[in-house]
Design a protein around this ligand. Structure first.
Ligand code: GLC
Length: 584
């Protein structure tokens, strides 16, 4: 067992060598998405080019080299369209325009092409379940009479009860509170109600209406024509509703929920797939699908539907070997029959940052509401987040990284109340702290806010306050430190890209103690994660490729992952033992 971390293969590579790499961004590799590393950019908080305190496309364009150096294959932009930003852009007023606070369509086109020239593909977010209440369709619907064609594109219904005072049904918004808002007639009297599964500023579209279907296919083409490699489909399992709008049964059987995972959705995605496949270089469809039933989930990934979907089961698991192993096994088993790759996601703009999540006693995921006020051991959380990153990056499939995850940023739990914007916070009357804490602008350089997020001489403060402690976590500080999270991610992604064994689609579990996850990929690559509270003796005949902690004396300490090179051949792997000290 050597203690040495092997050669750092993550040094920035030239564009030509990136494109030649068979792992990811090769122009000729139609299957690039099966193993890709996709970096999520929350535009408002990535980098501010014009100094108003809000991230923008100019900021992203100026930082593309950072993403090249990190080693990603693609970037996914959360919605950048014109929007009143009632839900951070998931309330779209015009799908064909960029919000002026982010830039212009011209800049978006330039960004897509500049990134592509650097070997990075672009994925945009499509929001088909709802529009903004400022979208021309909804404004026209409000201005029109009940029963009018304008209202038919949405879910308008008269209220129940004598005065129509009661909501058409008891559905609850995903952001808490009722899923219905009452309109006002032009004469000021109360009118019909409309459905919104999220905030009142996000009216749900009626997907049985031909205009809604045609418009979204046109929007897909609009962005594909501008060179995007794919789309992430927001709330992909919610679009279709049972037109009778019945109450949600206490325990709906699969396919019988009135607003989630309805069978009619599959036909919509088959049509979208045909649009994506009509482009010679094929574009990809990625679904945001939160479903507890993995078999129902993978139905969306049949060969003529979506290419991949976010696997949220893994991030919802606590830091526990048996639970994580169950998630890995069930994910891979359910994906295999449909031939789709799994995806691995530790965080996104909706969930508590992993450093905070894994630093809390109950490390299973729940929306922030359940975590408010829970004590956090950030040091422990960061150590586990490093281990989790190496674990995920070694699994077969594609990998998502949410901006700031590579810096080990923690959830900001003490933002000033007046800055909080998330409708989850606002609609719950503050009972739910919401998702702003994982959306704080990135720290790039310097010792104090704005930490290089905005240029020198900026007129605006960052839209959410950055904590002073992030001075230690800036890109600039971490670049200088070979032990930093950023250095770990760079090495990790470099090795992931170049290691032939990680191209294999399978993993083989190796014998290990209960609290240890050990598996092999390909001929010689081994990954071992220690979730126990004692060290593991790494077996002889293995050399260290990379570890989330310093490994000394052949011992992998608790809450750590190591990538190893096995000198023995695969048939002998089952004789390798990953035992905890003093354990079995
Ligand atoms: C998705 C997005 C989330 C948004 C919601 C409504 O879950 O990820 O940020 O609030 O959809 O569009």
């Amino acid at each position: 067992m050597t203690d040495r971390i092997l050669a750092d293969t993550s040094a920035p590579r030239s564009t030509a060598s990136r494109q030649a790499a068979s792992h990811g961004g090769s122009d000729t590799d139609e299957q690039w998405w099966r193993r890709a590393v996709i970096y999520q950019i929350y535009v408002r908080s990535f980098a501010d080019g014009n100094g108003d305190g809000i991230g923008d496309l100019a900021g992203v364009r100026a930082r593309l080299q950072y993403l090249v150096d990190l080693g990603v294959d693609a970037i996914w932009f959360t919605p950048w369209y014109q929007s009143p930003l009632a839900d951070g852009g998931y309330d779209v007023a015009d799908y064909r325009a960029i919000d002026p606070s982010f830039g212009s369509l011209d800049e978006a086109e330039q960004l897509i092409s500049e990134a592509r020239n650097l070997g990075i593909r672009t994925i945009v977010d499509i929001v088909p379940n709802h529009v903004s209440d400022q979208h021309p369709w909804f404004r026209a619907a409000l201005a029109s009479a009940p029963g009018s064609p304008e209202r038919a594109r949405f879910w308008f219904r008269p209220g129940l009860g004598e005065d129509g005072n009661e909501m058409p049904n008891g559905w609850v918004s995903n952001f808490s509170g009722p899923a219905w808002t009452r309109t006002q007639n032009p004469d000021g009297t109360p009118g019909e109600w409309y459905l919104h599964l999220f905030s009142a500023q996000q009216p749900d579209l009626n997907w049985s209406h031909p205009d809604v279907r045609a418009e979204h296919e046109a929007v897909l083409k609009f962005w594909f024509d501008r060179g995007v490699a794919g789309v992430r489909i927001d709330s992909a399992a919610l679009l279709v509703k049972d037109p009778a709008l019945p109450e949600v049964p206490a325990e709906p059987r699969p396919g019988e929920h009135p607003n989630t995972d309805r069978d009619e959705l599959h036909e919509i995605y088959r049509r979208w797939r045909a649009v994506a496949d009509s482009y010679p270089d094929r574009r990809i469809l990625v679904g945001e699908i939160w479903l507890p039933d993995i078999e129902r989930f993978t139905k969306y990934l049949r060969p003529d539907e979506l290419h991949t979907a976010f696997n949220f089961d893994f991030l919802a698991r606590p830091w526990d070997a048996a639970s994580l192993r169950t998630s890995i096994d069930s994910t891979l088993a359910a994906h295999a029959p449909v031939g789709a790759p799994a995806t691995w996601v530790l965080s996104n703009h909706d969930v508590t940052r992993p450093v905070t999540r894994y630093g809390q006693e109950d490390s299973s995921f729940a929306f922030a509401t359940k975590r408010a006020g829970t004590p956090t051991n950030v040091e422990l959380g960061r150590r586990r987040a490093r281990a989790a990153a190496l674990l995920c990056a070694a699994l077969p499939g594609s990998l998502y990284i949410y901006q700031g995850e590579e810096l080990g940023l923690d959830e900001v739990q003490d933002l000033p109340a007046h800055q909080l914007q998330d409708p989850m916070y606002l609609r719950s009357g503050g009972a739910d702290p919401g998702r702003d804490g994982c959306r704080v602008p990135l720290p790039w350089a310097g010792r104090c806010s704005p930490f290089g997020f905005s240029p020198a001489g900026a007129t605006g403060e960052p839209w959410l306050r950055q904590p002073d402690r992030w001075a230690e976590l800036t890109v600039e500080a971490q670049q200088r430190d070979s032990g930093s999270m950023l250095s770990l991610y760079r090495r990790m992604l470099g090795i992931r890209r170049s290691h032939a064994d990680l191209r294999d689609d399978h993993l083989r579990w190796l014998p290990s103690a209960d609290d240890v996850l050990a598996f092999a990929r390909g001929e010689r690559f081994l990954c071992v994660t220690n979730l126990s509270n004692t060290s593991i003796e790494l077996p002889a005949g293995c050399s260290l490729i990379l570890a989330s902690v310093e490994v000394t004396g052949g011992l992998l300490p608790p809450d750590a992952t190591a990538w190893l090179h096995s000198e023995s051949n695969p048939t002998q792997h089952r004789t390798l033992q990953f035992r905890t000290q003093g354990g079995e």
